[in-house]
Design a protein around this ligand. Structure first.
Ligand code: 5AD
Ligand code: FES
Length: 349
């Protein structure tokens, strides 16, 4: 086993230079995969946790340059689910065994705090044993507090990049890296389990940026880290930018598993989109979460953050069966528990 890999495994840290070498050398890939998988098995066994994703609106007031549902994309056909639609997705998901619901959407002003709180309270009342996760972007601390008080437990907000200059190349001037980080710290202080993360191979991204992302997350200590490849969308300014590469996504997954041994690490839909076995490869390199889509089939093709997204023609039950086969074939098994991070399980006794 390579010395840098054992050092990272045993101390959860490396110098910038060592991180750079690990992230850029294919000769270490096999060792990295083996070490990451061993750490994952030591902490979480062979469990793969599921989160049921409900993409409830693709209206967005933001204009992120990479994203297919940015406000300037006039080709996007916009939709909103009603509270009843959302509860029906939860009912179906609960029936299929899901115990975590992720409500994800664009930053849609129609969904005021009052509406979000009403939806969260309704889900909380019907499914007291389930985790409710929100992924609805940048809000004020007061809004985050209100959602939490209504019953939300977790919040996903990828920081996208910890480097302000890089952030400015991916986002319009009205958005800032600083506010995004502020949101994550507010969420954490309120008591949410939080998820941060980045797109690998995003335009203008360098290895140094990725090392800055690792440093930022070492400080933040998120419970989940969502990473997947950047994939271009034909109706965005980044339409001609190259997609992220599989090797770097897998390497970063391995590095993150060793740096954050207890973090929840999804094998993302974008990873499954870039390669037919992408999610399985991710699971074998430290990932332990999958987030299948519970949205109604009628809207799935409309939540296109990037081109060619998988699982957009399948009913929830079909995905559930397909995933079972995929996870088993990779040598793991689906756990139907809430799949809290170990930190949270210890806290709850
Ligand atoms: N390629 C890959 N991931 C994307 N996301 C948005 N657009 C793209 C894209 N073109 C990711 C962002 C966002 C998450 C919901 O989806 O990281 O935080
Ligand atoms: Fe959705 Fe395979 S996981 S179809």
């Amino acid at each position: 086993m390579n010395d840098m890999i054992t050092k990272l495994r045993d101390t959860q840290n490396l110098t910038d230079e060592e991180f750079r070498i690990l992230l850029t050398t294919d000769a270490f890939d096999a060792d990295l995969r083996e070490a990451a998988n061993a750490v994952r098995i030591a902490r979480y066994g062979y469990d793969v946790y599921l989160r049921g994703l409900i993409e409830f609106t693709n209206y967005c007031k933001n204009n992120c340059l990479y994203c297919g549902i940015r406000r300037d994309n006039k080709e996007a056909s916009r939709y909103r689910l009603t509270q009843e639609d959302i509860l029906e997705c939860c009912r179906e998901g609960h029936e299929l065994g899901f115990r975590t619901f992720v409500l994800q959407g664009g930053e849609d002003p129609y969904f005021t705090d009052e509406r979000i709180c009403a939806i969260v309270s309704a889900i909380r009342a019907q499914y007291p044993d389930c985790a409710i996760t929100l992924s609805i972007g940048e809000k004020s601390r007061e809004s985050y507090q209100a959602y939490f008080d209504a019953g939300a437990n977790r919040y996903l907000l990828r920081h996208e990049t910890a480097n302000p200059a890089h952030y400015a190349k991916l986002h319009p001037a009205e958005m800032s890296c600083e506010n995004r980080k502020r949101c994550l710290y507010d969420l954490k202080e309120i008591g949410y389990q939080i998820g941060a993360g980045i797109m690998v191979g995003a335009p203008f991204q360098t290895i140094d940026h990725i090392i800055e992302d690792i440093r930022f997350m070492q400080e933040l200590q998120p419970d989940m880290i969502g990473i997947g490849p950047f994939l271009s969308h034909k109706d965005t300014p980044f339409r001609d930018e190259p997609n992220g590469g599989l090797a770097l996504v897998l390497r970063l997954l391995g590095v993150l598993r060793l740096t954050f041994p207890e973090v929840l690490l999804p094998a993302t839909t974008a990873l499954g989109t870039m390669h037919p076995q992408g999610r399985e490869l991710g699971l074998k390199t430290g990932a332990n979460v999958i987030m299948p889509n519970l949205s109604p089939v009628s809207v799935r093709k409309k939540y296109m953050l990037y081109d060619n997204k998988i699982c957009t023609g399948e009913e929830s039950a079909q995905c559930r069966n397909c995933l079972n086969t995929r996870v088993e074939s990779a040598g793991y098994h689906i756990s139907m528990s809430r799949g809290d991070a170990l930190r949270v399980r210890r806290q709850n006794g």
